[in-house]
Design a protein around this ligand. Structure first.
Ligand code: ARG
Length: 350
């Protein structure tokens, strides 16, 4: 570990891990372990040590890691989530009403599709690097049981990755329903062990609501559809989360909110995104980045993070997930996308 750490220090990596894992903190944390699952600093930082192109480079092997290794997690969380300090606390869940958010693109000129997701951990289980094969199976069976209780628009089927037809899997990935396999950031974090055991996807009949099992988080709950009706997509996700929350106890921390494997997803764990075409703004990348920063939005490629934009379609989402309620997170994203569309119209007219 000492050697890989030295390599990171000497590298040109721009990761938050490199920035915040000073020698002093490294020496302080390198011999610590979490009380219940005995996870170590190495578990937390292995992804960033292997992948110098990480934006963050840090994961929590279990819930206790956020406390035991707080000297590293806290400054990373503060910087990623734009100012969520050590002394700050995630507010109580407050979902509000999707109907408050008007359709962002009623004429269908810019937004290809809208997606809202959140992550959940099942209370009592650690995260990926500490999960045994039988834990993955137990998590899957708990989730399946809960999924079978879903009714009406959420009703659907669970498809395990094990034994899934290759063509079916490829189609699900191409349709942006299913996660990709072989993410090197996750693999280096110890999140691909026993793959594909215990992994799978639940899909409702209209294919606008899905639940991922044991990818990065124990549970990912997702709603999506074509167009820009953010309120409707949000409501569908919230109703799904609430229904599953009646069956499964989610892991939540007083201060950090819903606990997730990656510190970028703590708090509400909500990522609301649009696939959007802004051809004139895209021609002024500096202006676009400046606006994104102002609105606290993150710009990714078409096939999710670490991907490129295809046909000028970008994936734009809220960057912060913690320190605000669910409702405020969606509002921040909604108002930011609205602002970008206004700027696009101005850029076109100019
Ligand atoms: N570890 C990766 C990086 O630092 C991903 C970070 C956020 N994304 C995620 N899926 N958790 O670039």
């Amino acid at each position: 570990m000492e050697e890989s750490y030295k390599k990171l220090v000497d590298s040109k990596s721009k990761s938050l891990l490199k920035k915040h894992l000073t020698k002093k903190i490294f020496d302080k944390l390198k011999t610590k372990t979490t009380p219940t699952f005995n996870s170590t600093l190495m578990h937390c930082i292995s992804s960033g040590l292997c992948n110098h192109d990480s934006g963050v480079g840090l994961y929590a092997p279990d819930a206790e890691a956020y406390k035991v290794f707080a000297d590293l997690f806290d400054p990373v969380i503060e910087e990623y989530h734009k100012g969520f300090k050590k002394t700050d606390k995630q507010p109580k869940p407050c979902f509000g009403q999707g109907k408050d958010f008007e359709n962002l693109d009623p004429d269908g000129n810019f937004i290809v599709s809208t997606r809202v997701r959140c992550g959940r951990a099942v209370k009592g289980f650690p995260f990926n690097p500490c999960l045994r094969e039988r834990d993955y199976l137990e998590l899957e069976s708990k989730l399946c049981k809960a999924l079978m209780t879903l009714t009406c628009e959420h009703k659907g089927i669970y498809m395990p990755l094990t034994g899934m037809d290759e063509a079916v899997q490829k189609q699900l990935i191409d349709d942006h329903f299913l996660f990709k396999q072989g993410d090197r950031f996750l693999a280096a974090a110890g999140a691909s062990r026993f793959w594909p055991t215990g992994r799978g996807i639940f899909l409702n009949e209209p294919k606008d609501f899905m639940v991922w099992c044991n990818e990065e988080d124990h549970i990912r709950i997702i709603a999506m559809e074509k167009g820009g009706d953010l309120g409707r997509v949000y409501n569908r996700m919230v109703a799904g989360v609430e229904a599953l929350g009646k069956e499964i106890e989610f892991s939540r921390d007083e201060r950090l909110g819903y606990l997730t494997f990656c510190p970028t997803n703590l708090g509400t764990s909500i990522r609301a995104s649009v696939h959007i075409k802004l051809p004139n703004l895209m021609d002024q990348p500096e202006e676009l980045q400046k606006l994104a920063k102002e609105y606290r939005l993150q710009i990714r490629g078409t096939s999710g993070e670490h991907s490129e934009a295809e046909d000028g379609v970008h994936d734009i989402s809220n960057q912060r997930r913690i320190g605000l309620t669910e409702y405020e997170i969606i509002k921040e994203m909604h108002d930011g996308i609205k602002g970008l569309i206004e700027a696009e119209c101005k850029a076109k007219a100019a």
